[in-house]
Design a protein around this ligand. Structure first.
Ligand SMILES: [Zn+2]
Length: 56
């Protein structure tokens, strides 16, 4: 089953979500989105928080 993530877990008002077949691919998409849309450089703590919010 695909893994999914919704950006609102990190950025409250953002409705962006994404899916991928594995966590590594999903994380790359999330990092790219955070940089381009939110101008965020994700810290290790942010990534841990994101990983705990991934469903699937
Ligand atoms: Zn977002």
């Amino acid at each position: 089953m695909a893994k999914s993530y919704t950006c609102s877990s990190l950025v409250k008002d953002c409705t962006w979500s994404t899916t991928a077949n594995d966590t590594a691919t999903l994380m790359k998409k999330i990092v790219a989105h955070a940089e381009f849309k939110h101008d965020l450089q994700l810290s290790t703590a942010d990534k841990i928080k994101i990983q705990s919010s991934i469903r699937g």
